[in-house]
Design a protein around this ligand. Sequence first.
Ligand code: Q9C
Ligand code: ZN
Length: 342
Amino acid sequence: MKTVFSDLQLAHAPAQEISDGELKPAVEIPRRAEIVLETVRQRKVGDVVGSEEFPIRPLQRVHASHYVSFLESFWGRWTEAGRTKEAFPFVWPIRSLRQDVEIEHIDGLLGRYSMDAGTPVGEFTYQAARASANTALTGAKLILDGEKSAFALCRPPGHHAGFDFYGGYCFFNNAAVAAQYLRDYGLNRVAILDVDYHHGNGTQALFYDRPDVLFLSIHADPKNEYPYFLGFADETGEHAGTGFTRNWPLPLGTDWDAYTPALEEACRWLLVYKPDAMIVSLGLDCFENDPISGFRFKSEDYILLGQRLAKVGVPTLFLLEGGYAVDALGTNCVNVLEGFGG
Ligand code: Q9C
Ligand code: ZN
């Protein structure tokens, strides 16, 4: 299986994040991508190819142009306002505040375009997020060219980012951008299976009213875990998309044995839907030693996950999402890819 990677993705290097209500060392760090790349090479998963450059269009098929421009222009405006360090938002247009006003101040814009205060934006965040989306698009292109599988080593991750907002360490929704690209270049039905520990709220929202992209997610129950406000079992799509979203929220402490019934059900939906291609939002934060998560996967369980996904039997694009136990991240990720084979 080919791996797609770009060095530019390493330029987003946050120092801190707001977690548990306080400033802590950032966990979504460049080292994550480096260790996965090193392990891909060591264990000879296959060739590593560079990400191609894509125009802005495929991004704008998924995200609002004004949101893309906001991220592009952010650092210049932030430093013009006299700020020198990475940015955290701190005010949001919630219920009872106006959504329709034109915002000029950068602090207002930060709140307008974010969903949480846990996602720092720095000097090279836009550049890295673009490279991450390009990595996903290059992977999608490999699938269109007939590869049976590919691995897009994306960083920063994407599945929390929505039409016009960032959050959860995510800026552009790599899986959604890749899915839309596959649709635009000839595939009729695309499925996204999200196995990150956290619910993929951005991806779900982007395709919620569409039957052409099936969204399936298995994750920690949002009543007790980020993102808290989406990812419940009664969310199954709307309008033309009714029935084309499925969620399996699972309790904290879930191990592989407790996880598999949900995975089996998800695979059954894939069998019924018969997608032309599948995108796996591959978070590795269900791992027992993940520093911010509460599931109990062992490293060996990731081999089983890969093997099960291979049995679905459709062209598969793996995209890296979360996973913060850095020392085990390469092993866990390559376990999935090896288990899948090809
Ligand atoms: N106390 C992804 O895995 N907040 N994003 C964590 C921990 C945000 C995770 C707080 C977690 C976002 C792509
Ligand atoms: Zn996650």
